[in-house]
Write a protein that binds this ligand. Structure first.
Ligand SMILES: *Cc1c(COP(=O)(O)O)cnc(C)c1O
Length: 815
């Protein structure tokens, strides 16, 4: 179908008429999108089936990546890329008068995630399939993904993201594979052949219906599965309801209540929501996922002692931790295993990734909630806790505090991280610094107890989406210069270091960056109806809005730059365009005020003729995967400025690096590992390090008011938050922000790091003037970015955590 342009065109024209029953000349872009989508589905169907058959026949170990979030973005372009059909389809469509990029725009982003954690899951799916591992995703098919953000009068307004409105060409509903998930009820105990047996009675059973999405590996032959589950009322409930004299309307109400379980994604990033519905979502995923995993395992007709050799279950953060007690329940109550045997099977099967040390993100469920919703599961959690505390008691007989501090159940709460550590054989952090902090501080007592379980797996990103698809011109230059080996072995990107001193190559790099900037400038110009200078420095911070990520420091610094120009209009500065993109959790008030501040500053700066040509500020609404793909290839500067120790890894930092932006950043998360490779000459590092931040928290000697007293530039900016002037229409307009910095002593050290941040920005200004040297730095970033390809990360997970058989190195020869 996709072998060459003419074959494609012929198939496409036939399919179009066949599927839509109208002539091609009446086509809309959406029609074209749907037809190409269905052609891809048809093309890969055979290989999808073959991949599954080969799994069944070989009996090779299967990995299931359980995650409440998969931030997939659009699939059309990446599927075409991995099928090797991108150029054929682009050329074929072009001859028919259509532009592929415009067709791609028809697809709704699959926004089933909040930010980094969900995007990591998506990058991992691409790497697993491309490296031909037997690895699948298991998630929830939310009817509404992450809200759509609009900016109205400078404020964030949330709109529902009904991404399924126009259908979803990629998914396959598999009603025959539905399973039942039970909530509520009570546990009855009886004796059977000298054994205690537990039955849950009066439970409410609902259907979990799977929808399968093919995950097309690079080369198009290896197809894994993303299985996302949707909640539906079961006929049983209907029948029982009717027998009990329920009305038709009551049933409709009931049905809606059931469906509400998979209605929407919780929009909180690095913040925990203790709502019952969220707990329901978590158990729904764990129960449905496990049933389908075990059904596949059962086909092998092996005893469950073999489960850890055939199945690895990985949990993405603590959200799916209930798989641990749920698998215990199945093994004990349904398969007849004793506690110790079952526990050994579970702990050898499950592994866990920790994503954050922010205390507000740690999941703790009230005991009463878990007990009511999941009575039998709760009994098992209680038993896990009892046995764990006994183990601790034996080990640390004279340290009762330590036992309380480590227990799974404490203060009438179930601590999910403790349960996850207890029930898995591997606990990994997502960057070296983050893992070190886990071991030395946050989870120190667990590390002392189980040192062999802790390990690091630094995050990665798929170079297929973030380089090949997002930056096709750069990809073309690579292949022209050094062949296509880098596509299957991204470490080969380091070969471009050979061209660093080649003036012609540097010029090509400069031209590509300029063209990417021109494209983004056109997009922004169109949105804001204003001109954007593509030769100015594009300085970008795009990520979720959060105190620790310090968008506030960035915008305060922009205010300072504005003040500087106003005080000295002839000041010599390289023109800058600051670009922001960030969604705030709807309930995160301070974050929303920061969005308002950014938009207020943008308005003042952009309409002031005195700074025209020197400074511009834009807040691009609705930051999402597809918007990221537009913005990142056009960035000169990547802002990775979190308070040291707070950002577990970051993956945005890696995307920018892979597109040749230079980073201004703190020694936090994976920035540290970038710095180890790039050195001070290729990165702009500033600010407190993790140890200094920790010392401040420990000794309490930080005073933000003290910083103000010492630095008049900061004092001026801070006053502008509350006094009518360029950024404040009325008194105290931004008083909450002001108070977070002054009355609440600046939890994230924005003021403390401000001076060094401003210094680093001056270094950027100086460095950018030397175009050739700047390009050399950019090339160093590009060259070392292969290290952060998720293919490497996945090889490490496969080898060290999941214990999969080695895969031979792929090459373009066998793709
Ligand atoms: C990569 C990505 C993130 C994560 O960005 P960080 O800078 O690592 O926080 C969040 N949202 C989207 C849409 C992304 O593509």
């Amino acid at each position: 179908m996709f072998t060459d342009k003419d074959t494609f065109k012929q198939h496409f024209q036939e399919q179009f008429v066949g599927q839509l029953g109208k002539p091609l000349k009446e086509a809309t872009s959406e029609d074209i999108y749907k037809v190409i989508g269905s052609m891809i589905r048809e093309e890969v169907g055979k290989f999808w089936a073959q991949t599954n058959t080969s799994y069944r026949e070989s009996g090779e170990k299967q990995v299931y990546y359980l995650s409440l979030e998969f931030l997939m973005g659009r699939l059309l372009g990446n599927n075409l890329l991995n099928l090797g059909a991108l150029n054929v389809v682009r050329a074929g469509l072009s001859e028919l008068g259509w532009d592929l990029e415009e067709i791609e725009e028809q697809e709704a982003d699959a926004g089933l995630g909040n930010g980094g954690l969900g995007r990591l899951a998506a990058c991992f799916m691409d790497s697993l399939a491309s490296l031909q591992y037997a690895g699948h995703g298991c998630g929830i098919r939310y009817k509404y993904g992450l809200f759509e953000q609009r900016i109205v009068d400078g404020n964030q307004v949330e709109l529902p993201d009904y991404w399924l409105q126009r259908g979803n060409v990629w998914e396959e509903r598999r009603y025959d594979k539905r399973v039942e998930v039970s909530f509520w009820g009570r546990v009855e105990t009886r004796e059977e052949n000298g054994r205690l047996v537990f039955d849950t009675v009066d439970a409410e059973g609902i259907w979990a219906v799977p929808y399968d999405v093919p995950l097309i590996g690079f080369g198009g032959r290896h197809i894994n599965t993303l299985r996302i589950w949707s909640a539906e009322a079961s006929e049983n409930a209907v029948r029982q309801g009717m027998q009990a004299g329920g009305s038709y309307y009551k049933y409709l109400d009931y049905s809606r209540t059931v469906e509400s379980i998979t209605e929407f994604l919780y929009p909180d990033d690095s913040q925990y929501e203790g709502k019952l519905l969220r707990l329901k979502q978590q158990y729904f995923l764990c129960s449905a996922g496990l049933q389908s995993i075990l059904r596949t395992f059962d086909k092998l007709e092996l005893p469950y002692e073999e489960l850890p050799n055939k199945v690895a279950i990985h949990i993405n953060d603590t959200h799916p931790t209930l798989v641990i007690p749920e698998l215990m329940r199945i093994l004990i109550d349904m398969k007849g295993y004793g506690w110790d045997e079952a526990w050994s099977i579970v702990t050898r099967t499950v592994s866990y990734t920790n994503h954050t040390i922010l205390s507000e993100a740690l999941e703790k469920w009230p005991v009463v909630m878990v007990k009511d919703l999941l009575p039998r599961v709760y009994m098992i959690i209680e038993e896990i806790n009892k046995r764990f505390c006994a183990e601790l008691m034996e080990k640390y007989p004279d340290q009762p505090d330590r036992i309380a501090q480590m227990a799974v159940i404490h203060d009438d709460q179930v601590r999910m991280a403790h349960l996850a550590i207890n029930g898995s054989h591997s606990i990994n952090g997502v960057s070296q610094l983050h893992t070190d902090i886990l071991k030395e501080k946050e989870m120190r007592s667990f590390y002392e107890l189980y040192p062999e379980r802790f390990n690091n797996k630094t995050n990665g990103i798929t170079h297929r989406r973030w380089l090949m698809h997002a930056n096709p011109e750069l990809s073309r230059l690579y292949t022209e210069s050094m062949g296509d080996g880098w596509m299957t072995n991204p470490y080969e990107l380091s070969q471009i270091l050979n061209y660093k001193e080649d003036a012609g190559f540097r010029q090509r790099i400069q031209q590509i960056k300029l063209r990417n900037k021109q494209k983004l400038a056109a997009y922004i110009s169109h949105k804001f109806d204003t001109s954007v200078d593509p030769t100015s420095i594009f300085d970008v911070q795009v990520k979720r809005l959060h105190g620790y990520k310090r968008q506030l420091m960035n915008i305060l610094h922009v205010m300072h730059l504005y003040n500087e120009i106003k005080a000295n209009p002839s000041i010599d500065r390289v023109p800058r365009t600051f670009i922001f993109g960030a969604k705030a959790a709807p309930s995160y008030y301070l974050a929303k005020r920061i969005i308002k501040l950014i938009n207020t500053v943008a308005e003042t700066v952009n309409r002031d003729p005195q700074v025209r040509g020197k400074l511009k500020v834009f807040f691009l609404e609705n930051y999402s995967v597809s918007l990221a793909e537009r913005i990142i290839p056009a960035a000169d500067i990547s802002e990775q400025i979190s308070t040291a120790s707070k950002e577990a890894s970051g993956t945005g930092n890696m995307k920018f690096m892979m597109n040749g932006a230079l980073t201004i950043g703190t020694m936090d998360g994976a920035n540290v590992e970038m710095y180890e490779m790039l050195g001070a000459e290729n990165m702009f590092i500033f600010g407190l390090n993790a140890e200094q931040v920790n010392n401040y928290y420990q000794n309490g000697q930080y005073s933000s008011a003290g910083v103000l007293a010492r630095d008049s530039r900061i004092a001026q900016v801070i006053n502008q938050l509350i006094q009518p002037g360029p950024f404040c229409t009325h008194e105290n307009e931004f008083e909450e922000i002001y108070h977070s910095l002054i009355s609440h002593n600046d939890e994230y050290f924005v003021l403390e790091d401000f001076a060094d941040y401003a210094r680093a920005h001056r270094d950027i200004d100086a460095a950018y003037r030397d175009t050739e040297n700047w390009t050399r730095k950019s090339i160093a970033n590009l060259a070392h970015s292969g290290r952060f390809a998720s293919d490497n990360t996945i090889h490490e997970y496969a080898r060290e955590i999941w214990k999969l058989a080695e895969k031979k190195q792929l090459s373009m020869m066998n793709i």
